[in-house]
Design a binder for this molecule. Sequence first.
Ligand SMILES: C[S@@+](CC[C@H](N)C(=O)[O-])C[C@H]1O[C@@H](n2cnc3c(N)ncnc32)[C@H](O)[C@@H]1O
Length: 219
Amino acid sequence: MSNEIENKLILTDQCRENLTSYTVQAFNKIHKIHRPVILDIGCGTGVPSIALLREIDDAFVVAVDQDEESLSWFRQKIDKLGFTERLKLIQASFFQTEKYQQKFDLILAEGILHIVGFQSGFLILKEMLENNGYMIIHDEKKDIQKKKNIFNLNNFEIIDCFELDRNIWWNDYFKCLEKSLSDLDDKQLFREEMNYIREFKKSPELFESVYFVLKKQVH
Ligand SMILES: C[S@@+](CC[C@H](N)C(=O)[O-])C[C@H]1O[C@@H](n2cnc3c(N)ncnc32)[C@H](O)[C@@H]1O
């Protein structure tokens, strides 16, 4: 991986880390599980996975993403942090479930279900969750009642639901990105991020999001 790409990933991770307190806030709503096995689906560069590994001493995380560059950066970070024994990285599409099929105590799905299709994605993940297991979903703030109906119909208890509004997204994420980019001479590699900032300023409502903390109930 080139130095330029590494510097880019360091910078975007730093801004993403400002949002991990919400992952931890969601996690703190669930009952303590002894030696939980956690799936982080669509893990990206692993910022939420690492937050959970720091938070839960005895957790084992299986992290899945289709993007090789994100995974290779994630791998470098966990080697440095010494989490190698508590984490398994798998390169796979969401739909290649045979590559990561097992039962999990907790499934973390941040920023992935709106990409793969909310309902069909949720139903796939449901099958991989232990009875009485938990799911934390971070998704677009859209069709909230429809999503809640899907959870109810599938016997999931909604333990908590909270929103990240436009102020949170600006103060915790986009302001950080804008500030970091303004310090750079060469912004070529950050075209996508600059585009996101422009889009956010134009339509901040599109970036608002919701966390759902769910429990799969036994029939
Ligand atoms: C918005 S990012 C979220 C990353 C991470 N969960 C986070 O919250 O920081 C979405 C991630 O989903 C991954 N992704 C998108 N479609 C996927 C698919 N069909 N299968 C596996 N991963 C996918 C992307 O590579 C990207 O890393």
